[in-house]
Design a protein around this ligand. Structure first.
Ligand code: COA
Length: 318
């Protein structure tokens, strides 16, 4: 039996920070409302000339530096994004070239909105567990500010931009205990960017029925806790850290409660990052590793929900 394990991480946030006070000028909102309903204080926004691939490059370079390995030893790139630089080629292909990788390794994007990193993580784990590759670069990144309607207070206060990268490598001991992926397209209208390539509608911005998304998210994140722990045979108190998708502090609190965890055991970045979609989990993971909270041997519970709806979880030993 082959296993995969997390060997290194890296992340990147654009330099420009946008506070809630700045949003008060754009729409009818308040810092107090945003913080009370979401936990968000500020978010990072890409420069006009900065792209998802640019952010991924920085995050990947930091992960490669942490692992102290040559980029050309990477055998697979899986990149989760809903805001690619181009329609094609994939951002993963652009990134492969940027990193100077010329070994013809497979590289592709995964689109599962805010659950994208969980999907990418799961796919890379299966490639390694099957013996197909030994070292994978897994990324999640989004430039949400490009698809925000800055006059819609129901969405523009929630999102931010950022990228995270993780190296996943073959191991002899279990590193990833379980991955669970779900989708239900019946809910597609509750959270979507309505204008697509084959069906242009003229509305290229995030549209959301926030309250209905909130209710589904709390239920889905609650039920995935039991389902995931049951499958990997761990108890709630075996989990050291919850590393959730960072959409809303209230959804995260409800999930932590399901795990009987105090908020001290949750890696929380939503206040400073907002919802960075695909970027949020690898950004939170890298934050917890670099500030020393997450240690080798800790059991990590990752979970996310996003447009689709898509949702999923991963339990891993770091
Ligand atoms: N500032 C001030 N008021 C706002 C506002 C804002 N930015 N956005 C909405 N409101 C208003 C609404 O218009 C509504 O006013 P009304 O009562 O006069 O009609 C009121 O606040 C309550 O709106 P509601 O949508 O019921 O609030 P809520 O408590 O559900 O909070 C969200 C709104 C968006 C914060 C919350 O629903 C949420 O987080 N949903 C999940 C979103 C999410 O996580 N999406 C990504 C998933 S990956």
């Amino acid at each position: 039996m082959r296993y995969s394990r997390i060997t290194a991480t890296g992340s990147y946030l654009p330099e420009r920070v946008m506070t809630n006070a700045e949003l008060e000028v754009l729409v009818d909102t308040s810092d107090e409302w945003i913080q009370a309903r979401t936990g968000i204080r500020e978010r990072h926004i890409v420069r006009d000339d900065e792209s998802t691939c640019d952010m991924c490059e920085q995050a990947a370079l930091r992960a490669l530096e942490a692992a102290d390995i040559d980029a050309n030893t990477i055998e697979l790139i899986v990149l989760a994004t809903s805001t690619p630089d181009l329609i094609y080629p994939s951002t993963a292909c652009l990134l492969q070239h940027r990193l100077g990788i010329d070994n013809n390794c497979a590289a592709f994007d995964v689109q599962a909105a805010c659950s994208g990193f969980i999907y990418a993580f799961s796919i890379a784990d299966k490639f390694i567990a099957s013996g197909a590759v030994k070292r994978a670069l897994v990324l999640g990144a989004d430039s949400n500010s490009r698809i925000l309607d800055w006059s819609d207070r129901g969405t523009c206060v929630l999102f931010g931009d950022g990228a995270g990268a993780m190296l996943l490598e073959a191991a002899t001991e279990p590193g990833i205990y379980v991955t669970r992926l779900h989708a239900n397209g019946a809910y597609s209208s509750l959270l979507q960017v309505p204008s697509g390539v084959s069906k242009p509608t003229g509305d290229p911005f995030i549209r959301m029925r926030g309250n209905e998304v909130f209710k589904f998210a709390v239920n889905a994140m609650g039920s995935i806790v039991n389902e995931t722990l049951e499958e990997c045979g761990l108890e709630k108190n075996d989990i050291d850290w919850l590393i959730p998708h960072q959409a809303n502090q209230r959804i995260i609190k409800a999930t932590a409660k399901k795990l009987d965890m105090t908020m001290e055991k949750v890696i929380l970045t939503v206040a400073e990052h907002g919802n960075t979609s695909g970027g949020s989990i690898p950004l939170a993971l890298d934050t917890g590793i670099r500030d020393g909270r997450i240690k080798r041997g800790d059991n990590l519970f990752f979970e996310a929900i996003g447009s689709g709806f898509t949702w999923g979880s991963v339990v891993a030993k770091y």
